[in-house]
Structures are given as C-alpha cells and as structure tokens.
Design a protein around this ligand. Structure first.
Ligand SMILES: [Fe+2]
Length: 338
C-alpha cells in the first residue's frame, strides 16, 4: 500500500455519517444523550436507539447500541454519489478488507461494510433519508432541519471520532488510499518515523477521524467521540451542565495545540469518553501540507490549560483491563450480505 496520498485525490467520501456507540448501561446512556447532550431520539430498533443533533441533516447520526462493554460499533461514511459508493466498495473489496453489503441502517440505503486494518467495523453508503421534523420540532428557520431545543448541552452535530490502533501508519494509509481521507496533522516520535497519531478528514472539517496508538495493546478500540457545539462559550456552559449532572469531567475546557480544538472530555454513563468540541479550523487548500509534530512540539497536546491526565493516555473503550473478554468479543453482529 502506498504511503502517500494519491496524486489524483479520491473524492468519493463526503463525510462521516453515523457513529455507533456501544453501552453496557443503555438506559443511563440514552438519558445522557437525550437530556445531557440534548440529542433527539428518533427511532428504536432491536437493541439500538437512533439519535440526532438538531443541526444534522440526516435522520440519524448516532446509533446507541446495548452491548456487554462500551466501545465503537460501526463507523458509517456517506459516499458522494452512487457511483462513488460502487467505486469505494470495489476498491475496498479488492484490498481484502471487505465484509459485504447490507440492506442499510434505519434511514439509509444499502451499505458496504468493511474492516480497517485494525479491525474496526466501517461501512460506506449513499442513500440517505433527510430528516423530516415532526410538528413539535419544526424550526422557524427554513434552513434548519430541526428547531433548536436548548435542552442540555444541545450539541449541533457529530464532528469526529478518535480510534485506537496498534499500528497507526497502516490504518492512516488505509484511510488515505482506500477512503480518500486527507491527512491533516500527525504526531511522530522524535525519530521522525513511528506515528503516535494521525488526524484525517474527507472534507474541510479539520478531522473526522483520528488514529492514535493503543498503548494497552487492545483491538479495535475507541478513544473518544466528538460532538460539535458552535461556540467556545457552549463548551464552558457544558462543563457546568456536566458537573450539575454528576458526570466526571476528565479534561478541559481547554485548547489543543494540534487541531486547535477547544475541548471538554468526559465519560458518558456507559464508560465511553465523549468530547464536547468547538473551535478548531477548516481546511480549504487542495494542496494543504500536513502538519507534523514531534513529541517535544506536541508536549501533552495542550495549547493552554492544564496537562491532559494520565487517564487520557491510558483509558479507552472497551477497557482491556476491566473486561478483557469483552474486548476480544465481536462488537456488532455482521449482517447477511446480498
Ligand atoms: Fe477529539
């Protein structure tokens, strides 16, 4: 696999479409997503609840699934056209990482499922049902899919997720070469070789997916899920909402050096690390030069504010130390192919 981005960019992936979050405490997690984060519960099916932010155009962008252990289920990417979906499916199939076609999740058409080299489950789809708000959630704004409810933190949309990998480089290359994601920033050891983390995106959003080294040697784990609010003030307000709700704040509000993100990390009741996120910067240049930080430059990842705690480096879900058997179990059922 090539180690650099293709000379001709692959524009087949439009954006991160949906993240499946696994929770061993689904009722408590659902209460958090609806009443603390302020997302809408739009559908229930089997062991899953489908949720959305008020600014998400799609019917659903988060799938909360009951599971034995916290972690990430399927990461869904929307293709830019039906032809783009077919091209990506074929390319991924040819790479040997394909799983097969599914009939599609709630609100979406057929999807091609696959693994990244680490073993995370992903899919790409094209058909998407635009959200149609019920009367009580219609906005006065014609261009807002759903009214601003002002409930809790009131996140606007999903933004990104950070996955763990034993080998960041091979997963980053996969994201570049087979999904067409663009590399934005990297952290490498001072030898300039070994990658500690890479941040990637298919669109001007700074990063929609990151790969970071799994220091515990787990498999297909997730570091955090990032949800967007429009202003830094919203992040500060979120801290007070979390404190009043008795939710553990791990780090922030503060600002990262890489990505320039304004962050607030905390754990949802199921144990997954969540980030309320704003700031950062958009990337428009087609010839953007990825920014590489060495260990000294990156430091603790903080631009200003307190250093990130040890737990930020050592804890991820599923927690291999707490539930080693769960960490090794299949994360989500694999659907029949067609
Ligand atoms: Fe993040």
């Amino acid at each position: 696999m090539a180690t650099s981005q293709a000379a001709e960019p692959i524009l087949d992936i439009a954006h991160l479409g949906n993240i499946e979050i696994l929770s061993p405490k689904p009722a408590e997690s659902l209460d958090y997503f609806v009443n603390i984060l302020g997302m809408e519960n739009v559908h229930t099916e089997g062991n899953s609840v489908y949720l959305r932010g008020y600014g998400d155009y799609a019917t659903s962008t988060v799938k909360l699934t009951a599971a034995k252990a916290p972690g990430v289920g399927c990461v869904s990417w929307r293709a830019s056209s039906p032809q783009a979906l077919e091209r990506r499916a074929q390319a991924i199939q040819d790479s040997g990482l394909g799983i097969g076609w599914t009939n599609g999740e709630y609100g979406r058409g057929p999807a091609f499922r696959f693994n990244d080299p680490e073993g995370h489950i992903m899919e790409v789809y094209y058909e998407e049902t635009a959200y149609e708000a019920p009367d009580n959630l219609k906005s006065k704004l014609k261009n807002l899919p759903q009214r601003y409810t002002g409930r809790g933190i009131n996140v606007r949309r999903i933004d990104h997720l950070a996955l763990l990998a034993k080998d960041v480089a091979s997963n980053r290359e996969f994201a570049q070469d087979l999904l067409g994601l663009k590399l934005r920033e990297q952290v490498r050891f001072n030898d300039g070789q070994t990658e500690i983390g890479s941040w990637l995106s298919p669109n001007p959003v700074h990063h929609q997916m990151a790969y970071v080294t799994d220091v515990k040697g787990g498999t297909a784990r997730v570091h955090h899920f990032g949800l967007w609010v429009d202003e830094q003030q919203d992040v500060l307000r979120a801290a007070e909402i979390l404190m009043e709700a008795g939710i553990f704040i791990e780090a922030g509000p503060s600002k990262h050096n890489n990505s320039q993100g304004f962050y607030l990390y905390h754990y949802e009741p199921g144990g997954n690390r969540m980030e309320v996120y704003s700031g950062s910067y958009l990337v428009f240049a087609p010839d953007f030069k990825p920014v590489t930080w060495n260990e000294d430059e990156r430091g603790t990842g903080v631009y200003w504010g307190a250093a990130l705690p040890d737990s930020f480096l050592n804890y991820a879900t599923p927690d291999v130390e707490a539930t080693p058997e769960a960490a090794a179990a299949p994360k989500v059922p694999i659907f029949d192919t067609h």
